[in-house]
Design a protein around this ligand. Structure first.
Ligand code: C2E
Ligand code: CA
Ligand code: CA
Ligand code: CA
Length: 279
């Protein structure tokens, strides 16, 4: 029995226990983070490719951990989704982003909108509508000033339920966009069921535009799909002029990426807005 146990033990990687302990610690720290106000929102502009004007800001969550420093969302959001704390965290994001949009609109940019990433867990939460309505009314923000970004894979998890939820959100007046589009094998047939306003072309295709025929083919297909459904297309992760030119030439309406601006604290957005054009 000892030998068997020994062999079984050997199957574990040496780092596994350490990583498990770290994950458990991260979960506990996440609960603390909310109470202690360690979350902050940064904002990245969406730019109209023709005019170079900023049309919207996407809120991106940042966690300043007391000992680990800055923890990227890709690391802690999956944990928060697994533990359920994403509901409270997502609510915080929604409310703060709405308040920030109100401030910008009052400060002289009355048409500016704000985009909030919605976790799939939030999307299927029974009281989503009430939470969205509350965030808007608390901030005194009209619904059309808020855009919700839903991932393609999240929408495909339960297409019937998702179509229903999107109908309700749309009726409320908020804008809807499909995030990371191109990664989830969507078809025209299913997209037609979702009353969304925009598709966000996933950054991986933009990144490989110049080097990969496949990326170029997918980007072309997404743009054609958006066109045929009269949806806006927003390209993510635009880093070079060549990428921006390629997208502009094919009628892509908006873009985001380091070429224009990195995500930044709200006060820096104001000075960017003051310059009005980012290109
Ligand atoms: P996403 O929604 O696809 O956001 C775009 C990500 O790409 C952001 O990473 C952004 O900083 C990064 N990015 C923007 N432009 C460029 C570029 O030109 N080059 C490169 N290499 N990257 C660029 P970030 O902020 O680390 O967020 C990662 C993901 O975490 C987001 O992907 C989103 O899925 C999730 N996330 C962030 N904030 C929230 C939130 O408040 N709620 C939820 N549920 N998810 C969030
Ligand atoms: Ca997004
Ligand atoms: Ca995205
Ligand atoms: Ca992405």
């Amino acid at each position: 029995a000892k030998a068997t146990l020994g062999q079984r033990m050997c199957l574990f990687e040496p780092g596994l226990l350490a990583r498990h302990t770290e994950a458990v610690e991260l979960d506990q720290d996440l609960d603390q983070a909310l109470v202690q106000g360690q979350f902050e929102l940064h904002y990245q502009p969406k730019v109209a490719l023709e005019s170079g004007r900023i049309v919207s800001f996407e809120a991106l969550l940042r966690w300043q951990h007391p000992s680990r420093g800055w923890v990227p969302p890709g690391q802690f959001i999956p944990r928060a989704e697994a533990s359920g704390s994403i509901i409270a965290i997502g609510d915080l994001v929604l409310r703060e982003a709405c308040r920030q949009a109100r401030r910008w609109r009052d400060a002289g940019w009355p048409d500016l909108t704000v985009a909030v990433n919605l976790s799939t867990v939030q999307l299927y939460q029974a009281d989503l509508m009430a939470r969205v309505q509350w965030a808007l009314s608390e901030a005194g923000l009209p619904a059309e000033a808020l855009e919700l970004e839903l991932t393609e894979t999240g929408l495909m998890e339960d297409m019937d339920a998702a179509a229903d939820i999107l109908e309700h959100l749309r009726a409320l007046g908020v804008r809807l966009s499909v995030d990371d589009f191109g990664t989830g094998y969507s078809s025209l047939a299913y997209l037609r069921r979702f009353p969304v306003h925009a598709l966000k072309l996933d950054a991986r295709f933009v990144k490989d535009l110049e080097s990969s025929d496949e990326a170029e083919m997918i980007a072309n297909a997404v743009l054609a799909l958006a066109e045929s459904l009269s949806l806006d297309c927003v390209a993510e992760g635009v880093e070079t002029e060549a990428q921006a030119d390629w997208l502009r030439a094919r009628g892509c309406g908006q873009a985001q990426g380091y070429l224009f601006a990195r995500p930044m604290p709200a006060d820096q957005c104001e000075s960017l807005l003051a310059h009005e054009y980012v290109t």
